[in-house]
Design a protein. Structure first.
Length: 117
């Protein structure tokens, strides 16, 4: 829970800063959670969060090291194929000009924003 005005926090100094006027770097357990759901990725991910003044929705900036070179076009095609196949209903794919509020009612776990890359 983020405070709406600056005040003390039992967790850390940044956690006590006002959420509606700041971008606040924070830790997250999301990377650990991915490792539990996808054991082959366990210990291979790390992550951080930015608390920003939005109603809902979060963002992930995923950086990966590939075994062999791949173009962004090829990566987009693979993600789109997965979103229409085995990950349909879980992973989304869009090339629309979207912002965070466009996803508030979306039931999928993650949406790949192809224009953001």
């Amino acid at each position: 829970t983020q405070k709406t005005v600056d005040g003390p926090s039992s967790k850390d100094w940044r956690g006590g800063r006002a959420a509606n006027t700041n971008i606040i770097p924070s830790s997250t357990g999301a990377a650990k959670a991915v490792g539990k759901v996808l054991p082959e990725l366990n210990g291979k991910l790390t992550g951080m969060a930015f608390r920003v003044p939005t109603t809902d929705v979060s963002v992930v900036d995923l950086t990966v090291r590939l075994e062999k070179p791949a173009s962004y076009y090829a990566i987009k095609a693979a993600v789109k194929e997965a979103s229409e196949g085995k990950l349909k209903g879980i992973l989304g794919y869009t090339e629309d000009d979207v912002v965070s509020t466009d996803f508030i009612t979306d039931s999928r776990s993650s949406i790949f924003d192809a224009k953001a890359g």
